[in-house]
Design a protein around this ligand. Sequence first.
Ligand code: SF4
Length: 383
Amino acid sequence: MHAPPRHVYVHVPFCRHRCGYCDFALVAGRDDLIDRYFAALARELERLPPVSAAACLELATLYVGGGTPSHLGPDGLRRLFDLLRTRLVPVAGAEITVEANPLDVTDAFVAAAQECGVTRVSLGGQSLDAATLRALDRDHAPDDVRAAVGRLRDAHLTVNLDLMTAAPGQTRAAVERDLDAAVALDVQHVSVYCLTWEKGTAFDAARRRGQLAPVDDDLERAMFETAIDRLEAAGFEHYEVSNFARPGHRCRHNEAYWDLRPWEAFGPGAARFDGRTRITNHRSPTTWMKGVLAGGECVGDVDAMTAAAAARERLVVGLRRRDGIERRAFRAASGHEIDALAGPAIARWVTQRFATDDGNRIRLTRDGLLVSDGLWADVLADR
Ligand code: SF4
């Protein structure tokens, strides 16, 4: 038996506008579906015991993502938390994150977030440069990001700022300016992602037509190294490939994912995990609503891992963290010896200077982190 999940993800699948690079599970311009979404979410939450039950779920972290949860507005946010409180009991000091678009972060929204017990807002800023925001097809301006961060910081909320690199036409100097601007905003956490060109997006179609071009690999790598250098110099810990935190401000919800602790998840495309099996809801918001309202759940995919596969997953997510993996702790958590799973791959990475291994702890080097997505196939190949 696994301990009950103490971490919950809720997916809110609404956006005002679909950004050209985005392939997330969402609908844009379909606010007429919001009532139906709430009805389906209420039904899906019935999977959990009610708060009055002895076995109710005590919550250490909650992450409300999307889509754009802030698109629900202040009253919609209250409605969402009223519903969640029927099934979830936050423990004292619980981390409660809501994702927000800078345009939605009004005084009224911040007040509602505080009433709802939100402790942390993850802001989809992406850039503080007008040309980069236009290139990313975003619907906000740099001053909207500054105003949103100011309101959130005035309300003593923890702020994560998402930044994107490798946008079409973006220069390394523009990335440097973004990083300096993010540091000047005094946020506690920054996530830096390279633009990916997902199949089926407007960006991918424009690339095929020759209207948009990805930045070249060397520049993309240089941008990411710049991010590491600037943010570390400003006092941020680079604690996972894409994530940087001021001391004491790591995202505890993401750390639960990376520790492969069990978590619950609700909403279209949301994936839950019981320690061995990952169950992902249907990605289509409308199909999910229809299925849940008809039968209580609407699953799209079930990945039942063997113990060895779960251990390999632990290895991959563990190595994305700068702290790396400690052999003894890995054995205790997974029941597997790391060297039996991936010894040859790790030895290769050490020779290639992608990893260090002091006999106890294995860590990726900066070079290893920069190519990490290309390393995991080695672990899977060493079966
Ligand atoms: S706001 Fe975020 S979730 Fe919504 S379309 Fe843009 S990138 Fe996707």
